[in-house]
Write a protein that binds this ligand. Sequence first.
Ligand SMILES: O=C(O)CCC(=O)C(=O)O
Length: 295
Amino acid sequence: MPELEVLTPEQVSRYREDGYLVLERRIPPETIQAVRDEIARFQDEARGMTESSDRLDLEDSHTPEDPRIRRIKLPHRISDVVRDLMYSDHILAPVRDLIGPDLRLQTSKLNMKSAGYGAAIDWHQDFAFYPHTNDDVLAVGVMIDDMASANGPLMIYPGSHLGPIHDHHRNGVFAGALDPAANGYDPKDAVELTGPAGSISIHHGRIVHGSALNTSSLDRRVLFYEMMAADAFPIMGAMTGFDDIAEFNGRMLCGSPTLEPRLAPVPVRIPQPQPQHNRSIYEIQGGVKRAKVTM
Ligand SMILES: O=C(O)CCC(=O)C(=O)O
């Protein structure tokens, strides 16, 4: 095994077995505060808006007078703070220890899950949205607020990243959600990824995960950076943009790109055909209501 930068061999083994890790207080408090300040800027932008834009995804209950953002889309493109954090070793060093050294960005998003109404996300596997030639694919979640049972933490089924990619279709169309009961998952086996603000979670692209509505009085904002080994190439039909090789390689986070995909025997389902409204997971899952995420 190459020398590890920040993780212990035990943490690496645990990630391989369980499919997730939580690293407490990994991001400096001043950086978390800077992200909160950026969020306040976007909240001002949402005032007066009547529908979602390519920057802000609005809650169904949003009104121009009472702005409610569900998600800030691709925040690394519209916030230097979020972009600098993405390229920092706070984020990349532990990921390099797991799937490095060469990493490419899939996407970034800041899920707001605001106090009182923040939207739920149904159970799903990220790899069902963007299957790749190998599964060195993961998501880093930066906890911008303390994340506890009460405010809708991310929940996962440990070890589910070693199983199949489940059916995320409904009526012959990709619906972005799976039915946990029909696939043998018992709610008592779900684990909540909690921690103080500044902690990060890392979850495997194949792990079954979701989160409940936030009915508490505490915000639960998580900034996700989703990424993969540079030799994981999207499979045709995956929800991964591919304009051309320059744009593809322009998403490198560290290390070197390659033209030689690594082909691993991973389970794959193609997320096609796509639903009519597919601009975000909320829209895709909104077309279908299956098992709600509850504990
Ligand atoms: O914000 C969450 O709790 C879940 C995020 C997620 O799984 C997603 O956005 O794909």
